[in-house]
Design a protein around this ligand. Structure first.
Ligand SMILES: NC(=O)c1ccc[n+]([C@@H]2O[C@H](COP(=O)([O-])OP(=O)(O)OC[C@H]3O[C@@H](n4cnc5c(N)ncnc54)[C@H](O)[C@@H]3O)[C@@H](O)[C@H]2O)c1
Ligand SMILES: O=c1ccn([C@@H]2O[C@H](COP(=O)(O)OP(=O)(O)O[C@H]3O[C@H](CO)[C@@H](O)[C@H](O)[C@H]3O)[C@@H](O)[C@H]2O)c(=O)[nH]1
Length: 426
């Protein structure tokens, strides 16, 4: 049955939600405050890199069941059944989630929502938000956390592991859950606080898992074990699982860093010393410092004046999102120490402060004393490493993602180092 949906915020979550719900047959009106973005979306132009999203937007526009409007109030009509909040909840100065965008949308639409409508929060909001904000609207608020990953947003949305909906009004929660009926995913109908907590508990668990594996990689380096083999051995235990076991330059992106800090803040407010989570955040900072130290070693002990070539800037492969990217943090630290940075990322063009951004990976390595792989773009594996060696001024490659084939580098006469793995040289 077609339902009338409003979606506020057309970023990674909002646009994916809008386009996918339209693809499931609903009638969706998406709103944003960015008028240029709304104009581009009306023409079918999608700014973010998400496989399949352009096609769904184009299809929805053509079918007439996906519209874009400026301003949340213009997305609401007397027959709106569910309004999704998909606006940012960034990290505030004290680490807590900043809910101003959520509150401002509710203030804007509060009096316009028809009886029988529900507000569904897809924005990640701290436990207690649905309860705290219920006075702002005359309809039920349903916590409906989103679990999609950037780079696979459409696929994740259409094939979810689970749908979580929670509200003091279980019937309203069920109505929101029913929107996804065609996806045939396990659906949990909870109270609002539990639904809100699922999202933070899941993201923070992933962050803790990654910090743990990054620390194990550091230890492997010190004791002569190979983290690739260690994580294979760990991952075969189904209680641990194989995913999220890849060491790297630290975890980043628009979610894990802010959500770990927000949960830590919630714990502090609730009088709980969540030392485990604090340690995971601190380990992540140390991981980035460790990468800088490795690069310093590769530059013969001093970064000042060294030309360094960076391969990859996005926080992970498959996205052009630079928000809270460990690669950018590492680049900034290198620049602060006086490095001359030339960087290449296949998904990023334009200008970035402090570095020269180039469209060609070979241009990025030219004259470099060290080359650093910071994002696991598959195309870096198949670079012509002999050509890279000829273009470089030094001969060390720091592979923070354990992406490259050591044999290829060795044949080219390069020396390489990966976190938690034996180093090698040609
Ligand atoms: N990015 C992800 O992978 C992801 C996944 C799950 C949950 N989330 C959560 O979803 C929320 C949104 O994240 P995102 O990455 O999609 O953000 P985003 O920055 O990509 O998009 C947010 C959009 O909201 C718009 N906006 C801001 N204020 C507005 C207002 N008052 N009215 C209308 N539009 C407004 C912005 O212009 C922007 O287009 C956050 O709470 C985030 O934690 C994100
Ligand atoms: O084995 C791994 C897996 C991931 N990462 C890093 O971890 C970070 C986060 O990766 P990922 O979780 O894939 O990125 P997001 O798209 O930010 O997705 C997370 O954050 C979203 C927003 O809340 C949630 O919806 C998703 O479920 C959750 O995975 C990135 O820096 C990755 O490079 C690793 O270093 N090693």
């Amino acid at each position: 049955m077609q339902r009338k949906i409003a979606v506020v915020g057309t970023g990674y979550v909002g646009l994916t939600t809008g386009a996918c719900l339209a693809a499931l047959g609903h009638h969706v009106v998406c709103a944003d405050i960015d008028s240029a973005k709304v104009d581009r979306l009306r023409q079918g132009h999608v700014d973010i890199l998400e496989p399949g999203l352009d096609e769904l937007v184009t299809k929805g526009l053509a079918a007439g069941n996906l519209e874009f409007v400026l301003g949340a109030s213009n997305a609401v009509s007397p027959d709106t059944e569910v309004l999704f909040l998909c606006v940012p909840t960034p990290m505030g100065a004290d680490g807590a989630a900043d809910l101003r965008a959520v509150e401002s949308v509710l203030a804007e639409v509060g009096d316009l929502l028809p009886p029988g409508c529900a507000v569904a929060t897809k924005s990640t909001v701290p436990v207690g938000t649905a309860e705290r904000l219920r006075h702002m609207v005359n309809v039920p608020i349903v916590a409906n956390p989103e679990f999609l990953r950037e780079g696979t947003a459409v696929d994740d949305f259409l094939h979810p592991d689970r749908i979580v909906v929670g509200s003091a009004d279980r019937e309203a929660a069920q109505r929101v859950g029913d929107l996804y009926a065609k996806l045939q995913a396990p659906t949990l109908v909870l109270d609002a606080a539990s639904a809100e907590m699922v999202k933070y508990a899941a993201n923070c668990f992933l962050a803790v898992k990654l910090s743990y594996v990054n620390a194990i990689a550091q230890l492997c380096d010190r004791v002569g074990a190979d983290v690739r083999e260690v994580t294979e051995g760990m991952g075969l235990d189904p209680r641990i699982g194989r995913s999220f076991l890849k060491p790297g330059p630290g975890w980043g992106g628009s979610c894990l860093p802010k959500d770990t800090n927000a949960l830590l803040h919630v714990a502090e407010q609730a009088g709980l010393d969540f030392g485990l989570l604090r340690s995971a955040i601190e380990q992540n900072e140390r991981q980035q410092e460790d990468v800088v130290a490795r690069i310093r070693t590769a530059c013969d002990g001093t970064i000042r004046g060294a030309r360094i070539g960076l391969l990859g800037l996005a926080f992970k492969a498959g996205t052009n999102d630079l928000r809270d990217s460990p690669a950018i943090r590492i680049a900034d630290a290198l620049v602060a120490e006086g490095a001359e940075i030339t960087a290449h990322d296949p998904a990023i063009t334009g200008e970035l402060p402090g570095m020269r951004l180039v469209d060609d990976p070979y241009e990025a390595v030219k004259g470099a004393i060290a080359v650093v792989v910071l994002t696991e773009w598959p195309e870096f594996r198949t670079l012509d490493w002999t050509r890279v060696a000829e273009l470089m001024d030094g001969f060390t490659v720091v592979d923070t993602r354990d992406l490259l084939d050591g044999n290829d580098l060795g044949k080219a006469g390069l020396r390489w180092t990966a976190i938690g793995r034996p180093s090698g040289s040609g």
